[in-house]
Design a protein around this ligand. Sequence first.
Ligand code: S3P
Length: 447
Amino acid sequence: MNHPTRAVIARPLAPFTGTARVPGDKSISHRTLILGALTVGETTVEGLLEGDDVLATASALRLMGAHVERDACGVWRINGCGVSGLKEADDVLDLGNAGTGVRLLCGVAAGHPFTTFLSGDRSLSRRPMGRVIEPLEEMGARFLGRSGGRLPLAVTGGDPLLPLHHELRVPSAQVKSAVLLAGLHAPGTTTVVERTPLRDHTERLLRAFGASLEIVPGENGRRSISIAGHPELVPVDVHVPGDPSSAAFLVGLGAALPGATLTVRHVGINPTRTGFFETLKDMGANLTFTDCREMAGEPVADITVEGTVLKGIEVPAERAPSMIDEYPVLAVIAATAEGPTVMRGLGELRVKESDRLASAAAGLEANGVRVDEERTGLVVHGVAGRPPGGGCVTVDLDHRIAMAFLVMGLLSRDGVAIDDAGAMDTSFPGFTRLLEGLGAEFGEWTG
Ligand code: S3P
């Protein structure tokens, strides 16, 4: 799955007042499609993220026999095959750029006694899959892949698949979810232990779909999650909240632009996802949450932000899992702040869509901002105002690097260019159009 590359420049933006709504949550969208495909009957989804990642998961599930369609009103309808009822695909499942899609589908494929082939784009093909392969092999699935457990992969499901007690070795919600999804297909109880709270959308949705789940909290945020195998899942009508990781680009922009006022509506504020908003508050941002309510078993709110000059802080390392996708935008916001912002405990950022510590550091340096890149951290030396800009950033198939540096361009003196605007369609189709509605200007970049 390749898109044509297009270089774009974001020009400096004047303070604005506005309201916006971001696309549906990517994590919840993938999970809803997958659970719908494992359910007999019709699951409906409103507000599904129609980004490339989620569309790739929808195509993969279709190839495995589920009916996944979008109606004329934009409602997605999934008629699934029941737990362990998917069929062998006629072709390779190409997950494009989608780490969540491929890792969760490894868990599903592990529960089906035939061979499933999985591939992805250049970015996904360099990411580590050993973290899901190891526990799923312990359950009885077999994997064949490239060195380092990298894509393309062949997965032969366990026959039967065995239940597992698994303590997570990396703080990854994708691994937790892959094992829980595999646990649906194993007789008995499968347990995953997380040492620190990770996003819990899988657990919330599994319960909504009728699975039997026991969650036992331990000390210091440790949780033990047990799922009973072979449930009969029931279809659900899901309303997907706005993605807090997408909202972060807008809220961050509004927070760092003195004189701006912005409300982002219907944003998911699941406490396992709100670390970025807490960090902005610690940096002195004026952020308010109103109309707090529930959607699809998830807390949702409207977020209003008023811009100011933020101050650099040390971000608590233990906050990382609740804002793991927000470090690229935090790095560019930190460039506008007064004093250094220290971000540590971020080894996982090296294996995201790009090496995000290296991409963010290179992008900041190319735009006149001093930054120290550490093995597992980043220190950004803010300039207390508009950073210079003037450079072009290599996106390297990373949607969040693309959007973060367009935000930097809007906050800069001379604008910032990115070499591949198409990457943003992964998670936030219409990103530049939405910003244009708030007064932003983008142009073609010719170097
Ligand atoms: C996700 C979990 C995170 C995150 C990714 C989405 C999920 O990855 O970075 O964008 O939906 O479970 P890890 O689980 O690898 O930390």
